[in-house]
Design a binder for this molecule. Structure first.
Ligand SMILES: Cc1cc2nc3c(=O)[nH]c(=O)nc-3n(C[C@H](O)[C@H](O)[C@H](O)COP(=O)(O)OP(=O)(O)OC[C@H]3O[C@@H](n4cnc5c(N)ncnc54)[C@H](O)[C@@H]3O)c2cc1C
Length: 344
């Protein structure tokens, strides 16, 4: 669904009122900013840019990272909110700013152009923009075992800060490979002393991993999980191991690879770090001119409130880059001053 009007522009001297500005573009349909991704990062960027009167198109493919979550935590004033509701509220709030348009479509290709960027969506539409913000998020790779997908977001989790409180004092299995599973198990001690590590490849433990777990008297089961057992309501009751043993527990936390949701950043030439995050310079900029990133696309703390903050940071940097290039916002926020006369 698309809404919002076509932008009008004013240059500092007022000479190009209503026309595309001369700097940064020679393309008549070029808008200021395209944002790919309407999660917390993209929505907060759209909010700030909408309040700057920038012409913005926000694309979203409807695949938020936390789709399985029952309640978003650690977000001040919204603790426990359904994540779909948070996004819906965000869209409503951003919708109050007329220069922002939402398009529910996947961006399948993006390339640099003389005037900025050109995007192509899954429905074959193309659009030109001066600045591109990627807020496309990441994907959690779930272990391919019965129970993980079914119970994900209820009794099976990956983030202790998001879901540890709900399982405080309970029996928790930490599942994955070294060294990440040792870090996960130690982190879970904040909420419960009853942590058991289940690790398919115990031989990969370093001396440091063994020492750290040993010091905390954390038990290690050297086996794979065959399945996670639970109730129809989503509670976990146990982990069935591939060696035939069973561990009774109330939750399973796992470590996983965290690939990018979209290949756009890499395809546009962004530098990636060893963890698969886009390397970010000051104020959300990348090494590609005019290309910014916000949210889980980047490394660091992957909480939704951080993603939202990074969206705001990117938006301010983008607005300043546009202003530095002599591009001022729409008439709606920046009405032309009368040249003479008028009320005193
Ligand atoms: C089960 C679970 C529970 C979680 N619980 C919490 C919690 O309690 N508290 C917390 O702070 N965090 C939690 N998180 C983490 C939280 O989901 C992320 O921090 C947050 O969603 C990151 O926001 P984002 O905007 O970067 O990405 P996302 O929210 O993932 O949004 C990215 C958007 O980009 C869109 N997109 C991607 N590629 C394209 C494309 N090519 N074209 C168009 N659109 C595209 C996607 O459809 C998606 O809507 C949880 C995560 C999971 C998996």
């Amino acid at each position: 669904m698309e809404r919002g009007g076509s932008p009008a522009y004013v240059c500092p001297d007022g000479a190009h009122w209503g026309q595309p500005p001369p700097a940064m573009t020679a393309h008549s349909a070029t808008i200021d900013v395209c944002i790919v991704g309407a999660g917390p990062a993209g929505l907060n960027a759209a909010l700030v840019l909408g309040r700057c009167g920038r012409s913005v198109v926000v694309y979203d493919s409807g695949q938020p990272r936390n789709a399985a979550s029952q309640g978003l935590r650690c977000f001040l004033s919204r603790d426990g909110i359904n994540p779909h509701e948070l996004r819906a509220i965000g869209r409503l709030e951003v919708g109050a700013y007329p220069s922002v348009t939402f398009i529910d479509a996947q961006v399948v290709a993006a390339k640099r152009s003389p005037y900025g960027f050109e995007l192509v969506t899954s429905d074959g539409q193309s659009r030109a923009c001066r600045i591109l913000l990627l807020a496309t998020g990441r994907v959690d790779v779930l272990p391919d075992r019965p129970g993980f997908r079914e119970l994900y977001g209820r009794g099976v989790h990956h983030c202790p800060y998001c879901d540890g409180w709900e399982h405080r004092g309970q029996r928790i299995v930490a599942y994955g490979e070294y060294p990440a599973v040792a870090d996960l198990a130690l982190a879970l001690l904040t909420w419960t002393p009853r942590v058991t590590v289940v690790v398919p490849e115990p031989g990969q433990a370093s001396a440091d991993d063994r020492r750290r777990l040993g010091e905390q008297r954390i038990e290690v089961a050297p086996a794979d999980i065959a399945s996670v057992e639970g109730t129809p309501e989503g509670g976990v009751t146990g982990a069935q191991l591939a060696n035939g043993e069973r561990i009774a527990c109330d939750a399973v936390f796992f470590t996983s690879a965290l690939p990018q949701r979209s290949a756009l950043a890499e395809n546009l030439g962004c530098e990636m770090d060893d963890g698969g995050s886009v390397v970010c310079r000051a104020h959300a900029a990348t090494g590609v001119p005019g290309l910014y990133v916000a949210g889980n696309v980047r490394g660091g703390v992957h909480l939704a409130i951080m993603a939202a903050a990074e969206g705001a940071e990117a938006a301010i940097a983008i607005n300043e880059e546009l202003a530095d290039n002599g591009l001022n916002p729409t008439e709606a926020v920046r009405p032309r001053q009368p040249t003479s006369g008028g009320d005193a």
